[in-house]
Design a protein. Sequence first.
Length: 377
Amino acid sequence: MDFTFTEEQQAAAEAARGVFAGVAPDGVPSPALAVGAVADEFDRALWSRLAEADLLSLLLTEEYGGAGLDAVALCLVLAESARVLARVPLLESSAAAAAVQAYGTEELRSELLARAGRGEAVLTVAASGRTGHDPAELSVTARQEGAAWVLEGVQTAVPWAYDADLVIVPAHTAAGRTVLALVAPDGAGVSLAEQFSTTGERLGELRLESARIASRDVVDADGAWEWLRHLLTVGTCAQALGLGRQVLRMTSEYTSKREQFGFPVATFQAVAVQAADRYIDLKAMEATLWQAAWRTGSGTQGALPVSGEVAVAKIWASEGVRRVVQTAQHLHGGFGADVDYPLHRYHAWAKHLELSLGPAAAHEETLGDLLAAHPLS
């Protein structure tokens, strides 16, 4: 069996490396900044360059101006974006557009997808629920009234909420179905309250009070939210992998130059063993990520539902990225806490990625439930 990436997937990764080559993590807002001091908008110039390189339309078909690639290609690009802490909603907008393509009506696809692929329409997803711990789809109710849906509820920590043109909001009906509503943040019955993440980025608490959404802007299809959440989760794992790789690279460079007792500290056994352990973590993150991304995009049947592979990938990503940055801080000593050095930013982003869409413990519980329901024997 051939486990190498296809030429198209490798080309996407190479294009991403070229686009992100000029992005410096030193330009990322520091989590140490006071609330309110963070820039209001994401990196619009970078967003335009991603659009010009056709990296915002990877998952879209040629009909909508895309490349027709899969989740693996998107994850390769996301890993490159995390290497420089790119301040763009690449994951959220790409995943939202892919969900509309897979489950939306033809009218909605025709209206939205080409614009999203060109970067003209910015999309995001409300996936954290009311508190960040409860299922997102249970935090908002949806009921039909004539030719519209009426939404009530709250979604917390919505990324890029102040910059997006549309937010995909999962909501549940009285019959227990989950629908996806495309909500304009400035629409009637919709309000935003500022929140800030551990990375220093501005998030939004989205409040819906009798917000009326046209039926054409609601995706009512079985499995749509589960598929979108899986894609968001594997994308988050890809970002954790890219960040972890960069942090281990920074640690290697630092310990190779920092001398103690006349020798580089990288030559000390205690340092080398810790670095080797973190390399193993990254390899495990990588293997589980590609398995989950492939299953998410291919629809291939396995011993467990695709949610099993997604849970395994998120467990390794959450635990692995945490261990990588902790070891990096330890081996950098006091230098790692210097706010003029970018490692503290990577540490904050790693913690955010570790907990995004559920920490390791939550996915361990999910995996346990799946194994109980689908014995591998």
